[in-house]
Design a protein around this ligand. Structure first.
Ligand code: ADP
Ligand code: MG
Length: 617
């Protein structure tokens, strides 16, 4: 071989390598390489739609239309009013690694656009029949370019709007194997739909239109995020969310999470965004769940839309070709922030269920409220600690909200902290409480009435106590004068044996006897008189049931079972002092507003609401 490598052209290199040297290895021609590369970027119509929508966003469009036919298999078209391209750029953009978004390796560490690889258009073009019309604001005529499997078939000048319109026909027409791999139209459509929703959520300032088989699925005007969520989902869905927010010099976290009690059985509505890019991350999912603590059951999934904004240099988006994953420099910090922001939002919004009467349906409407800062004072009143200006603020916001949703006449979810103050000696005389149908406690407060579910409230109290005892192994036991012997089934006996240490932490003292008998010598002091005989058996029963239904961890199951079986029940008569103690204990809890299963413990009716009902206002 006489020629030097520096003078060898690519085609002569192909020739040399593929023929003269008779090598087994060849360098693939461009069109085949493109087809293969296309597989990484475009694996179904949805990925093409995603890339095209992202290109329009990167081109700073504020109006984007998506049209699809046959779930994108026969047609996908994305039209935008963005920057458009000159003829030269229009020719270049279909080449592999052609991009206007990065210039050098350093830029890779500071990606501010959704795309940057310069692979999308070349990949889509390699496996479809593609047409593009584009015009920049400085040109009077636009460029039309027709491409088929990377081959430019036609370039002409056309009259067109400023912006770009890309039409992709017959995806995978030249890769039949891939085409055969496509799923039913229903499935492929679902993927496109999900992608559209993901993108539309994170760009509420952009107007979108989505047309499927000539049907207008969505017409979304540029709006605030709240409106966007309502338009993409439903108003009810938006009402079931609580806002979250956190900001420091490094990171901004905003979004919405489900109120407990509005969780779903699927992970359908879970959206994480990093600098407006949708991503998935199991560990951060877990951060969300752990923010809820025991407010949601295992197997229930909260919906959330959580947007993280941070310096692009702190994250790596260059992991996966379809870019659904991102890597954070300090994931632990993000984990902690998400968790604590959720906790904060849940506690600030206090999760008190207000009574609401839906005018049309005459039904109770469970709307959470919060808002005032108050302290619980055993004189029997909530004392509003809010300043006049804050109150005014709340009222103003409330008024503006009322116009949006007239049926929603209740307080605004507040952002203040709740402070409870407990007095050692209740002044019972001044404390107005009544028991209603041996089920609810009615209690007068400064701002209205509070209805408390006696069982749910006591369950919450016992649950938190049990958790502490199990943690610290410190539960008290009240010795029985005469020990109680109970006979158990073999399986229950074995279970009690296995749980001996935990049961003792809860305050159960017992001896394991022969013949599957247990001799109880001490019980937790919380147990109601007369229930000593059955409580341990009941608890074990419940433990087994929860174990099956909820698949919860041992200690949590015990705490829940103990709370459920040890709590006062519907039908139990309560004395005034007992009710006062119960209310006092409830408000000493960390999460007073829901029972361990996520049901509300308290419903409130404002005096204002009553005044409205009686037409005093
Ligand atoms: P990337 O988005 O990674 O840069 P693409 O293959 O998706 O790569 O696009 C290549 C280039 O074509 C982009 O960098 C951009 O300059 C240009 N481009 C693509 N779509 C549009 C559009 N809708 N409007 C304006 N320019 C576009
Ligand atoms: Mg792109």
């Amino acid at each position: 071989m006489t020629c030097s490598y520096s003078t060898v052209t690519v085609s002569s290199m192909h020739y040399l390598l593929n023929n003269i040297l008779d090598s087994r290895i060849i360098i693939l021609p461009q069109h085949i390489a493109n087809k293969i590369a296309a597989g990484e970027v475009v694996n179904r119509p949805e990925s093409a739609v995603k890339e095209l929508l992202e290109n329009s966003i990167d081109a700073e469009a504020d109006r984007i239309t998506l049209i699809i036919k046959d779930a994108g298999k026969s047609l996908m078209q994305v039209t935008d009013n963005g920057s458009g391209m000159s003829e030269e750029d229009a020719r270049l953009c279909f080449h592999r690694h052609s991009t206007s978004k990065i210039r050098n390796a350093e830029d890779l560490d500071n990606i501010t656009t959704l795309g940057f690889r310069g692979e999308a258009l070349s990949s889509i073009a390699a496996v479809s029949q593609m047409e593009m019309k584009t015009r920049t604001k400085d040109e009077s005529v636009g460029t039309q370019i027709r491409i088929e499997g990377t081959e430019v078939k036609e370039i002409t000048k056309v009259a067109c709007e400023k912006g770009t319109s890309v039409t992709v026909k017959n995806l995978f027409f030249n890769t039949p194997a891939r085409r055969n791999f496509l799923k039913s139209n229903q499935t492929e459509f679902r993927h496109i739909y999900d992608t559209f929703v993901r993108i539309a959520i994170s760009h509420p300032d952009i107007a979108f239109e989505f047309i499927n088989q000539d049907d207008k699925l969505f017409t979304l005007e540029s709006s605030a995020i709240q409106e966007r969520i309502k338009n993409l989902f439903t108003e009810e869905f938006f009402d079931s969310l609580l806002p979250i927010q956190f900001e420091n010099s490094l990171i901004k976290l905003t979004g919405y999470i489900s109120k407990p009690g509005f969780t779903k059985k699927t992970r359908q509505e879970q959206f994480f965004y990093l600098n407006k890019r949708f991503f998935r991350n199991n560990s951060l999912n877990f951060a969300v769940y752990s923010g809820y603590d025991d407010l949601i059951e295992k197997g229930d999934y909260p919906s959330f839309i959580i947007s993280i904004e941070t310096d692009p240099s702190k994250v790596d988006v260059n992991i996966h070709p379809s870019k659904l994953e991102v890597r954070f420099e300090d994931e632990g910090m993000i984990f902690g922030l998400i968790k604590s922001s959720i906790k904060k939002s849940l506690s600030e919004n206090r999760l008190i269920f207000d009574i609401g009467f839906d005018e049309q349906k005459g039904e109770r409407k469970g709307a959470e409220s919060g808002g005032e800062k108050f302290k619980f004072d055993l004189k029997g009143d909530y004392i509003s600690k809010q300043t006049t200006s804050l109150k005014q603020d709340v009222i103003e916001k409330e008024l503006s909200r009322e116009t949006e949703d007239e049926a929603n006449i209740f307080e605004l979810p507040g952002l203040q902290e709740t402070i409870f103050e407990h007095k050692k000696k209740p002044e019972e005389e001044k404390f107005n409480v009544w028991q209603f149908q041996k089920k609810y406690i009615i209690c007068e407060t400064e701002v209205g009435l509070m209805l408390i579910d006696q069982h749910a409230a006591h369950e919450r109290i016992l649950y938190e106590k049990a958790q502490k005892w199990l943690q610290s192994k410190s539960g008290f036991s009240q010795q029985l004068i005469i020990p109680i012997k109970i006979e158990l089934s073999k399986i229950d006996y074995m279970l009690i044996k296995e749980l001996t240490e935990e049961l003792q932490s809860l305050g159960f003292n017992f001896n394991l006897k022969e013949n599957d008998e247990v001799e109880i010598t001490g019980i937790p002091p919380e147990i109601k008189v007369g229930e000593e005989q059955t409580i341990l058996k009941d608890l074990i029963e419940q433990y087994k049931e929860y174990g099956k239904e909820l698949q919860i961890e041992k200690k949590d199951n015990l705490a829940k079972s103990f709370a459920c079986r040890g709590a006062v029940k519907t039908g139990d008569l309560l004395q005034k002092e007992e009710m006062i103690k119960l209310i006092d204990n409830l408000f000493s809890c960390e999460m007073p507003y829901v029972c361990p299963h996520g049901r509300p413990t308290i419903v409130r009716i404002n005096t204002e609401e009553l005044d409205k009902r009686f037409q005093r206002l």
